[in-house]
Write a protein that binds this ligand. Structure first.
Ligand code: 13P
Length: 255
């Protein structure tokens, strides 16, 4: 399965900084061969990124969207507006949106459906907090988040998803999950999809690990049977460290 490595820049980088990052990444397009590598800049930098990436195999993603196509939704962005700039992927239900902005599973569900309807590939984020983990509730949390976000999806739609397992306690802390814990959670996600939608979507689905991923540890995640990539925050902000991370992932899986 093709690895998918996504850079989630969160609220970082101006348009000029984005263009400079893209130029630097494009110095070695060979790095991207055989992998899906994408950057998810803030909305305001999407036009600059789209322009700088023209003809490149580096893909473009967004960090959020609204489920309606237009209307009185101050401050929101629709799927159609993202597609307009060549955006192919959209991160949905990131833990920062769930925990800091109060985003709920039913809203994530509306977003997933709107993204698929507009031919955007959702990167659906799920993951437990530290307290939930300590209480042994990881699978329960994953089941609730998946059930809530995927309500009403057809089997072929489930197969089009990318699901990112991002334990909240591992995000931005420098404390990544162990390979064993990450594999267990990602295997649970695949099992959930298999049981609910059948084996074809479960085989098609790509599951990423996210949370303190860097060049030094990505290799230990992408070789695992249930993990097909990574969602990267901090280590994706400099072209140098992101290139090193992509290179390390290639080396681990492609030899
Ligand atoms: P860090 O890689 O900075 O831990 O962030 C992970 C993340 O939230 C990616 O979406």
């Amino acid at each position: 399965m093709k690895l998918i490595i996504a850079a989630n820049w969160k609220m970082n980088k101006t348009a000029a900084e984005t263009a400079a990052f893209c130029r630097e990444m494009r110095r070695d397009e060979k790095l991207l061969e055989g992998l899906d590598v994408l950057i998810c800049p803030p909305f305001t930098a999407l036009p600059a990124a789209a322009e700088a990436l023209e003809g490149s195999s580096l893909k473009l993603g967004a960090q959020n969207m609204h489920w309606e196509s237009e209307g009185a939704f101050t401050g929101e962005i629709s799927a159609g507006m993202l597609v307009d700039f060549g955006v192919e992927y959209v991160i949905l239900g990131h833990s920062e949106r769930r925990h800091l902005m109060g985003e709920k599973d039913n809203q994530v569900n509306l977003k997933v459906k709107a993204a698929l309807k507009n031919k955007l590939k959702p990167i659906l984020c799920v993951g437990e907090t530290e307290e939930e983990r300590i209480n042994g509730a990881t699978d329960i949390v994953l089941e609730k988040q998946l059930g809530g976000a995927l309500t009403g999806l057809a089997a072929e739609q489930a197969g089009e998803l990318v699901i990112a397992y991002e334990p909240v306690w591992a995000i931005g802390t420098g404390k990544a999950a162990t390979a064993d814990d990450a594999e267990k959670a990602c295997a649970y996600i695949i099992k959930y999809i298999r049981e609910k939608y059948g084996s074809d979507p479960a085989l098609q689905l790509r599951v990423q690990y996210g949370g303190s991923v860097k060049a030094e540890n990505i290799g230990s995640f992408v070789v695992l049977p249930s993990i097909s990539g990574a969602l990267v925050g901090g280590a994706s902000l400099e072209a140098g460290s992101f290139s090193a991370l992509v290179q390390a992932a290639r080396k681990a899986v492609l030899h």
